[in-house]
Write a protein that binds this ligand. Structure first.
Ligand code: PFF
Length: 452
């Protein structure tokens, strides 16, 4: 039985929920490293350029499809294309979001374990101890799965309370908390002796490092960070009202996402440089390098180190949880609307099946080491297929669909809220979506396979 279509209750709630979907582990474990390695402020400027010229137009395109369809991503594409083959691009978005949920939840569960480990004082020790702690935990057959189940149950709890009572309410609480935690850790990190070297590393522009690879790296990161082509943006936009100014909202969400990414750099580099550690990226940064940095940086004030470590993993867990909510919602909306069941039953299907997917991903790192495709574990395969193949493919096809196949009148009506907001940027938007975005996405795709 279909329930009445929900919508976000306030502009603030809508912005915080969508920004919560975008702000995630990628902001903390990938952006700062890329910026530091690739010319600091030079990279940040290029990244901002990519967000403005490519990320925002793609986000607005998904907003238009989602709000117009007022339904799950598959059906939204289907409605806009009158049921022709473009609907499969929507289905690809749902599939991408669904597959990411499982492995993203595994890492989110690790963050919860590290909150516990910080409180229990289990992360104290020399660097080799911290490394072996992570290795033995992440390859354990039971403990990561318990945390995986825990984080998915928390997500489930939010999702079954609906769009307003669950997602919007939780986002209004979690996102400001995340900001406060971030600012507290940034201040603590920047006050450490020698912190200025880290600030220099992040912000000193080095235009000598700018090359084509850097452009494409910045572009790929901007898409991942804004959660483009994963169904999330389109699904949340299906809960937007006719009054929502789509361009303005996309700009606000992108500003929040980029700000969190830059602040994450200010949290990591000053602390790392103050103890002479060169930060890396990915899981090893947040689960091995940073616990060591906290141990060393606050060696003379262990209580402060303990508090900062706790706050840091709480921050990561919140960032991961708000992203997981958006991912979960993509498939929940799909299942309950397409199978004509209740929202609660749709959510149960997603929670149970993604626990199973996540459990296999987790086990593929240890117990089921044989669960490999080529030289990649199942975990890495999911990451690769969704991030490097489905994401660019979905983004590329979405731009072609909206830019070339949807009637221009309809796109303009959605863009200008039926003539009630300015259409000043419509021409630029359409040009970017028709030409610049598809070409740029195609280049990322070919570049990552070394074709160009
Ligand atoms: N944008 C999130 C991040 O930067 O970590 C990751 C993400 C969330 C990707 C949700 C995809 C998604 F659907």
């Amino acid at each position: 039985m279909l329930e009445e279509r929900a919508s976000f209750g306030s502009k603030l709630g809508m912005i915080l929920a969508t920004a919560g979907g975008a702000v995630g582990l990628g902001n903390v474990w990938r952006f700062p490293y890329m910026a530091g390695q690739n010319g600091g402020a030079a990279f940040i400027l290029i990244y901002i350029g990519c967000v403005l010229l490519l990320g925002i137009p793609c986000m607005v395109s998904e907003f238009i499809i989602g709000r117009h369809g007022a339904s799950n991503t598959y059906r939204a594409y289907s409605k806009m294309s009158h049921g022709n083959a473009w609907k499969f691009v929507g289905l690809l978005g749902v599939l991408t979001g669904y597959l990411i949920t499982g492995y993203y939840a595994v890492v989110s569960g690790w963050c919860l374990q590290y909150i516990y480990a910080s409180v229990a004082g289990q992360l104290h020790g020399d660097p080799s101890f911290v490394k072996s702690y992570f290795q033995s935990f992440s390859t354990d057959p039971i403990r990561p799965i318990i945390w995986l189940v825990a984080i998915l149950l928390i997500t489930h709890f939010v999702i079954i309370h609906g769009v307003r009572g669950g997602i919007e309410r939780a986002s209004k609480l979690l996102m400001p908390t995340l900001f406060v935690l971030l600012l507290v850790i940034v201040v603590a990190s920047c006050m450490l002796p020698g912190a200025d070297k880290g600030i220099d590393f992040l912000f000193k522009p080095d235009f000598g490092k700018v090359d084509r690879g850097l452009f494409l790296g910045a572009l790929g990161q901007s898409f991942y960070s804004l959660s483009i082509a994963m169904g999330c943006i389109c699904t949340y936009a299906s809960y937007y009202t006719r009054q929502t100014n789509l361009l303005q909202s996309a700009v606000q969400i992108s500003v929040i996402d980029s700000l969190v990414a830059i602040l994450a750099g200010l949290m990591i580099f000053p602390a790392a440089f103050s103890v002479g550690v060169n930060p890396d990226s990915g899981p090893s940064l947040i689960f091995i390098t940073l616990p060591n940095v906290f141990n060393q940086a606050f060696a003379s004030m262990p209580i402060l180190g303990w508090v900062i470590s706790l706050l840091f993993y709480a921050l990561l867990s919140l960032a991961a949880l708000t992203s997981l909510m958006s991912l979960h919602e993509v498939s929940t909306a799909f299942f309950y609307e397409e199978l004509h069941i209740t929202r609660d039953k749709g959510a149960v299907i997603v929670t149970v099946t993604t626990i199973i997917i996540g459990a296999f991903c987790s086990l593929s790192l240890g117990q089921f080491d044989g669960l490999r495709i080529g030289d990649k574990s199942l975990f890495d395969v999911f990451d690769f297929v969704t991030g490097q193949i489905f994401l660019p493919l979905g983004g590329f096809l979405t731009c072609l669909f909206l830019g070339w196949f949807v009637p221009k009148r309809l796109v303009k009506d959605e863009f200008t809220n039926w003539g009630t907001v300015s259409g000043r940027f419509f021409g630029v938007f359409l040009f970017l979506v028709r030409f610049v975005c598809p070409l740029a996405i195609l280049s990322i795709f070919l570049h990552q396979f070394n074709v160009i």
